[in-house]
Design a protein around this ligand. Structure first.
Ligand SMILES: [Cu+2]
Length: 182
């Protein structure tokens, strides 16, 4: 009965179609769900199944990264490591080897700037960068910001993100500069 495998594979295909997330947000929610799920039941006998789920999820996020050009880097145009500045300070972003485009523009070798403020540990490079006061997105393609900082020592670093805010492969980073705000 050769019709049965055909029907089964059609059915399986249908299931896979249904399971495929349609938007990035649902992929992210799915990723978050898997992380929580894995944390909750990492000791269960179901380990084989969950490991497979984690693997395929990692692959799908990995596939959303974009390639960078060789030697591409970002840099601070008007800030040097060790500089003393007054707040608010205008910080200008430079880029070499890549093009700056607004977020959402899926174009080869391009992206938008993100400023990491006082970040000690680099965020995950295979996921969208967090968005908060310490991970600032410049999704309109801006190349400078007027930054208000508390007096004291601060670190600043640029990282480029692709159309989905995911760092490139390899990541396009600036030097991490330490500045003193008077
Ligand atoms: Cu972004």
């Amino acid at each position: 009965m050769s019709i049965i495998p055909g029907v089964l594979s059609t059915f399986k295909h249908h299931l896979e179609e249904r399971r495929r997330p349609t938007t990035i947000m649902s992929r992210l929610l799915l990723a978050l769900f898997f992380v929580l799920f894995l944390t909750a039941c990492s000791e269960t006998p179901d380990e084989q199944t969950t490991a497979t789920a984690e693997e395929s999820d990692t692959q799908s996020m990995e596939a959303l990264r974009s390639a960078s050009t060789e030697g591409a880097q970002s840099y601070f145009i008007n800030l040097e490591d060790g500089a003393t500045v007054s707040s608010p300070v205008t910080v200008q972003f430079g880029i070499e080897g890549m093009e700056i485009v607004p977020a959402g523009t899926d174009q080869e070798f391009s992206g938008h700037h993100h400023l990491l403020i006082d970040i000690d540990e680099m965020p995950a490079l295979d996921m969208p960068l967090p968005a908060d006061a310490q991970h600032v997105h410049f999704g309109k393609g801006q190349t400078e910001v007027e930054l208000t900082l508390e007096p004291g020592t601060h670190t600043l670093q640029l990282i480029l993100g692709n159309h989905l805010h995911i760092p490139h492969d390899p990541p396009v980073l600036s030097e991490r500069v330490t500045i003193t705000v008077q």
